[in-house]
Design a protein around this ligand. Structure first.
Ligand code: HEM
Length: 454
């Protein structure tokens, strides 16, 4: 077996082993390094030892086949844990995570999320009406901002059965602050978050604001608890969930963290995907036309329902292809908690493994012309030709996104609902939109489009 040190490595001369280039522009640095060193290489941004893996076999190895040897004590989760704490996303305690996941999983199955489909289409109809009143068909507007409001309204109506418009603005602002500060901190972890710099103080306030947003709803519900029924919101379901093994419910602190994790997990990811989807559709009229033809044929002018999803196949392929090109949760990590071996190289316990789906989803061996937007890649025939782990927008293995079905239902229904009567078009001379590598992959400066009646 070869040693970790034998892996191809970014040279120290390359901006202090990649530190400076990774800090300045992580996507450009990783693209260059991947080209130079291949599908597995190591680098040490600011002294943190990392191995980047970029081949479906390695991804399956780390996330699934040897998943028990890798945990969430990796640097990126340490960075976001001050926000997400003991909730599912960043929790390194596998026993607590397993118990929580067991309790929560039944509320996120494809069938269970079907009960939230009405929230998704109702909120979309309302926001399109507001766009018509506010912007008409002449003004361009920041769709990223608007989809942020929509995503938050949908997840919060599903969680709390509440109209959150006013409180939501505070949450969005606080999330934006945390995403930017923590994104920069991940690229250069100095000074430590415990040092009260002005930016770290702003982060603390942002966390307090997000906490206040969640605890307001939880407090209200505790004061007026309701029994579980057919139409229960997620908060009621979580409040009344008990662990099948020990019969216990989760304590209030844990409930708070899980609700916050759901808000955070659902908010920017869907916002960005909707922004990129309409940006890509506006740039690719042929694909847009094909999607409109499907929406017209399947829906005949009526609002889509959960039951329509199996027939909205092209719309779903648009979603899948958007998630390939601009995977919003584009980087996640694991830390080896035991010694392991990948492709003949020893991976000692403590090594950080970086998985970056921005590059995996562009791997030239599996994705011809990877920069091209081509929803047809996701037809059942084309998908069957690829290894499963070359496409992981929701991760894989036991820690796969719990909200995957919620997200896919929401994205497909929102896009189809807008496409019923409208398109979002690119104003003449609009600049190309580039991704910004924060904790999520955000469209830099947002996407600006104009509403047009079809
Ligand atoms: C386009 C939308 C979404 C994308 C691309 C996405 C992506 C991901 C990814 C990649 C992970 C796994 C990270 C890892 O393995 O380290 C994850 C985990 C998670 N996501 Fe999502 N997500 C999306 C929407 C949602 C929604 C709608 C919710 C909630 C309703 C949600 C809640 C969560 C939670 C709680 C976890 C942690 C799961 C666990 O470790 O048990 N996500 N997500």
């Amino acid at each position: 077996m070869q040693k970790l040190e034998d892996l191809p490595s970014v040279r120290f001369g390359d901006g202090l082993g990649g530190s400076l280039a990774f800090k300045r522009d992580p996507l450009a640095f990783l693209a260059r390094s991947r080209e130079r060193y291949g599908d597995i290489f190591r680098f040490r941004p600011f002294g943190v030892p990392m191995v980047m893996v970029n081949h479906p076999d390695y991804i399956r190895h780390v996330l699934v086949d040897r998943g028990e040897r890798y945990d969430k004590n990796a640097t990126i989760f340490k960075v976001i844990r001050p926000v997400l704490r003991k909730g599912l996303i960043a929790n390194p305690d596998m026993e607590l995570w397993r118990r929580q996941r067991r309790m929560m999983a039944p509320h996120f199955t494809p069938r269970a999320v079907g009960s939230f489909a009405r929230n998704m289409t109702d909120e979309t109809v309302q926001i399109v009406d507001r766009w018509k009143r506010t912007y008409g068909d002449t003004h361009t507007f920041d769709v990223t901002d608007e989809f942020g409001q929509l995503a938050l309204r949908i997840v919060n109506r599903s969680l709390f059965s509440a109209d959150v418009s006013e409180a939501a603005q505070g949450f969005e602002r606080a999330f934006g602050v945390a995403n930017t500060i923590l994104g920069a901190f991940f690229r250069c972890p100095f000074p430590p978050l415990s040092v009260p710099t002005p930016s770290h103080r702003r982060l603390r306030r942002a966390i307090e604001d997000m906490d206040e947003f969640v605890s307001g709803f939880v407090r209200q519900r505790l004061a007026n608890d309701v029994a579980v029924g057919e139409e229960s919101d997620l908060l009621t379901l979580l409040l009344h969930s008990v662990d099948g093994e020990n019969g216990k419910a989760m304590d209030l602190e844990q409930l708070h963290h899980e609700v916050l994790n759901i808000c955070v997990g659902a908010y920017e990811t869907t916002t960005n995907t909707l922004s990129w989807a309409f940006y890509l559709l506006a740039c690719h009229p042929e694909a847009e036309k094909q999607m409109h033809a499907e929406v017209d044929q399947v829906l005949g002018g009526r609002i889509p329902q959960f039951e329509d999803l199996p027939r909205l196949t092209y719309t779903r392929m648009v979603v899948d292809e958007t998630l390939r090109i601009y995977s919003p949760a584009y980087q996640f990590m694991r830390r080896a908690c035991q010694d392991d071996e990948i492709d003949g190289y020893r991976i000692p316990a403590g090594t950080n493994m970086l998985i970056n789906s921005y590059f995996l989803h562009r791997h030239p061996e599996f994705w011809p012309e990877p920069e091209r937007f081509e929803p047809e890649r996701f037809s059942p025939e084309e998908s069957a030709k690829r290894p499963k782990h070359v496409y992981v927008p929701f991760g894989s293995g036991p820690r796969i996104c719990i909200g995957k079905h919620f997200a896919l239902t929401e994205l497909t229904l929102v896009i189809a609902t807008i496409a019923l009567g409208h398109r979002l078009v690119m104003p003449a001379g609009a600049p190309e939109v580039h991704p910004e590598a924060l904790i999520t992959l955000h469209p830099k400066d947002g996407v600006r489009l104009r509403l047009e009646r079809r």
